[in-house]
Design a protein around this ligand. Structure first.
Ligand code: DGT
Ligand code: CA
Ligand code: CA
Ligand code: ZN
Length: 576
C-alpha cells in the first residue's frame, strides 16, 4: 500500500462524506491528512510496521491515523465500501460541477436518481431540476454551464503524461507506410502544462489505410467517430485523440491551424485579412474579386511567410507576447535544454532523496551539466529527516572533500533548501547559512496562511542576505493543490531589489512559476533559475519540462541564470 494509494482512498472517502453532508471540519481533516501523506517521504506502511503512531505528524489526527491503519492492514476501508454500495462512483463527478455543491448533488441523486454528468445535463435540458425544492430556472442554467467546466476539468492530463502517450503513438503510426509525415498539434505542441486532448495530423494520400492502422492502436477503448479523413477515439481514462489525415499541400496550413491556440489563430486571421488574404486549415488564399487562388500551405514557414510573419515557436502562440517577439529584429531565440549548465535544487539520501551526493553528481555530469547544488531539506521538515546545523556542516565537509578528490572541473555546491518558518524567518541561523554557496528558501508549512502573512514570509526570506533563491514560489501542484495566496508582484519587486532569483521548478506536477508568472517576472527584471528538485537520478531528466514552460514564458537563455557558469552566476547575485 503506497502513500499515493492511501491518499487517494482518503480523498475518495472525503468526497463521499461530503456528498452525504458530513461537516466541513471532518472533511478538512481527511483532505489535509491525504495531502500530508501524499507528500510524506517515508512509507506510511513502513512507519506503521515499525509501530510508529501517525498522530505525531502535523496534519494527521486520530481519525486519519485509524483509517491508515485499517488500509495498511486490510487493504480497504469498511466505511468506504459501504458508501460505494449506496453511491456509484460516477456520482462523484457531480461534486465537480460549480454551483451544484454537495447538498444539491445529493438532492438530484436521491430525488431524480441521477448518477452521472450526462444524466444531469439531460435533466437540466428537460427542466426537471427546477421542480426540486431549492432549485430554480436560474440555478438550472448555472448548473448546465457548470457541467461543461466539470467535464473539461476531469479530462486534462499533465503534459508529461501526454508526452508518454505521444511517444508511443508516434512510433506506432510511423510504422504504417502510408504515413508520410506526422505531427501532434494542439496544446501538446504548445507545451501547455495540461493537455485536454491530442490532435494528430498525418500527411498521406491514403486516409483509409492510415485510419485502419490507427484504429488498431492497442490502448484505444472506443471510437467516437470515423469519417473520410477524420477520426476520434478514446484511450484509457476517457482521454481523446483526434486524427486528421491531410494532403501534402495542406499539411503546413493544417499544422498551423490545429496547433492554435484559438486566440493566436484569431490574430493570424486578422493579419491575413489586412493583406487581402484568406487563411484556413487548407491553405492561404489570395482573393481576387470573388475568385480565390491557393498560394501556400505545404509548410508552416510557407504559411507564415505569406503573412510576412516569422514561424512562431509553438510555445508562444497564445496571443500574449508573440507579436512583440516577432517585431524584434531578429526575433530572440528562446531558451533550449542545451543552454542549461547547472541544476541548483536536488535532494540526497541525507533527507528524502534516493541517491548519494556522488551519484547525483555523476548523473548530472553525464547529462552535460557543469555544476549542481546539493540542497537537502532543513530540520523543520521532520518528515523528510531534515538537516540540523550539525548534520548540514558535516555534509558540507563531505562536499569539500569530494570536490578536492574528483579530478574534473565539475563543481558540487554546498547548498540547503531551508524552510521559511510559519511565523517568518529562516529555519537555520544566519551564521550557518552564511557558509553556504547557495541557499534556497522554501515554504512547506503554513501554506494556507492569509495573503499578507505568507507574502511577508516570502519577502522576508528574500531580504535575508544569505538567501539566494525562493523555490516553487506558489506551491501549487497541478490539478491537486491550489497555489498559496501570495502577492507575486510584491515577491518580484523584492527579488529585483535584493538581486535574488526565483525558481521555475521543472517537476511536471509543479511547473512553478508558471508561464504567465514568468512573463511578469521577466518584466520585473528578475532572473529565473530552472531546477529539477530531483529526489533521484532520474529526476534530473525533468529539466526538459521546465524548459518547455520557460519557452511559454518567452524566456531566452539571457533570462535564466543557470545558463551561466557558476562564476558568472555569483557575479549576477553580488549586490552593488
Ligand atoms: P486542449 O485540447 O483543450 O488542451 O487545447 P487545444 O488548443 O489543443 O484545443 P483543441 O484540441 O480544441 O483544438 C486544437 C486547435 O485547433 C486549437 O488550438 C485551435 C484550432 N481550433 C479548433 N477549433 C477552432 C475554432 O473554432 N477556431 C479556431 N480559430 N481555431 C480552432
Ligand atoms: Ca487538443
Ligand atoms: Ca482536439
Ligand atoms: Zn526540494
Amino acid at each position: 500500500m503506497t502513500n499515493q494509494k492511501i491518499a487517494q482512498m482518503l480523498e475518495l472517502l472525503a468526497d463521499l462524506m461530503e456528498f452525504q453532508g458530513a461537516n466541513a471540519f471532518r472533511l478538512r481533516a481527511y483532505r489535509n491528512g491525504a495531502r500530508v501523506i501524499r507528500d510524506m517521504p517515508d512509507s506510511v506502511a513502513k512507519l506503521l510496521e515499525n509501530g510508529e503512531d501517525l498522530v505525531q505528524f502535523d496534519g494527521i489526527g486520530k481519525g486519519v491515523a485509524g483509517k491508515c491503519k485499517e488500509l495498511v492492514e486490510t487493504g480497504g476501508l469498511e466505511q468506504l465500501d459501504a458508501m460505494l454500495e449506496e453511491v456509484p462512483r460516477t456520482v462523484l463527478d457531480l461534486l465537480n460541477v460549480p454551483k451544484l455543491g454537495p447538498k444539491k448533488a445529493a438532492a438530484v441523486f436521491n430525488q431524480l436518481g441521477i448518477v452521472n454528468l450526462e444524466q444531469l445535463e439531460a435533466a437540466c435540458m428537460e427542466g426537471q431540476l427546477r421542480q426540486l425544492a431549492g432549485f430554480g430556472e436560474k440555478t438550472e442554467k448555472a448548473i448546465l454551464e457548470g457541467i461543461a467546466i466539470a467535464v473539461a476539468a476531469n479530462q486534462r492530463i499533465l503534459w508529461s503524461k501526454a508526452d508518454q502517450i505521444v511517444t508511443e503513438l508516434r512510433k506506432y503510426m510511423l510504422a504504417e507506410p502510408a504515413v508520410n509525415r506526422l505531427e501532434f498539434a494542439g496544446s501538446y505542441r504548445r507545451g501547455k502544462e495540461t493537455v485536454g486532448d491530442l490532435d494528430l495530423l498525418v500527411d498521406s494520400d491514403d486516409p483509409s489505410a492510415v485510419m485502419n492502422h490507427f484504429a488498431q492502436f492497442e490502448s484505444i477503448q472506443s471510437t467516437i467517430m470515423r469519417g473520410e479523413t477524420k477520426m476520434s477515439v478514446r484511450l484509457e481514462k476517457e482521454f481523446q485523440v483526434d486524427l486528421r489525415v491531410v494532403p501534402e499541400a495542406s499539411f503546413g496550413a493544417a499544422l498551423q491551424y490545429f496547433t492554435g491556440s484559438k486566440d493566436h489563430n484569431v490574430l493570424v486571421r486578422g493579419r491575413a485579412r489586412q493583406a487581402g488574404l484568406k487563411i484556413n486549415e487548407w491553405g492561404v488564399y489570395r482573393m481576387e474579386g470573388d475568385q480565390e487562388e491557393w498560394i501556400a500551405g505545404r509548410s508552416e514557414q510557407e504559411v507564415y511567410e505569406t503573412l510576412d510573419l516569422p514561424v512562431f515557436p509553438a510555445e508562444i502562440r497564445e496571443s500574449r507576447r508573440e507579436l512583440e517577439w516577432a517585431e524584434s529584429n531578429p526575433p530572440p531565440t528562446l531558451i533550449e535544454l542545451e543552454d542549461i549548465l547547472g541544476d541548483l535544487h536536488m535532494h540526497t539520501t541525507a533527507t528524502d532523496g534516493r541517491a548519494t551526493i556522488e551519484e547525483m553528481a555523476d548523473a548530472a555530469k553525464a547529462r552535460g551539466l557543469h555544476y549542481i547544488a546539493i540542497t537537502d531539506h532543513s530540520q523543520r521538515v521532520t518528515m523528510a529527516n531534515g538537516l540540523d546545523a550539525e548534520r548540514l556542516l558535516a555534509q558540507w565537509r563531505t562536499i569539500d572533500q569530494l570536490n578536492r578528490e574528483r579530478e574534473d572541473d565539475f563543481i558540487i555546491l554546498k547548498g540547503i533548501e531551508c524552510d521559511i518558518l510559519e511565523a517568518g524567518g529562516m529555519d537555520l541561523p544566519d551564521e550557518v547559512l552564511s557558509k553556504a554557496d547557495w541557499v534556497i528558501a522554501s515554504v512547506h508549512y503554513g501554506q494556507r496562511q492569509p495573503r499578507q502573512q505568507i507574502t511577508d514570509r516570502i519577502v522576508g526570506a528574500l531580504r535575508n542576505p544569505y538567501v539566494s533563491m525562493v523555490a516553487h514560489p506558489t506551491g501549487r501542484l497541478i490539478n491537486k493543490r491550489e497555489p498559496y495566496d501570495v502577492d507575486l508582484v510584491a515577491v518580484f519587486q523584492a527579488a529585483a531589489e535584493c538581486k535574488k532569483l526565483l525558481e521555475l521548478n521543472a517537476n511536471p506536477k509543479r511547473l512553478d512559476l508558471n508561464d504567465v508568472h514568468l512573463l511578469a517576472a521577466q518584466s520585473h527584471g528578475v532572473p529565473i533559475v530552472i531546477n529539477t528538485d530531483a529526489h533521484r537520478i532520474e529526476g534530473l531528466a525533468d529539466m526538459k519540462y521546465g524548459i518547455k514552460q520557460a519557452r511559454r514564458g518567452c524566456l531566452t537563455a539571457g533570462d535564466v541564470a543557470n545558463t551561466l557558469s557558476w562564476e558568472a552566476m555569483k557575479k549576477l547575485m553580488r549586490r552593488s
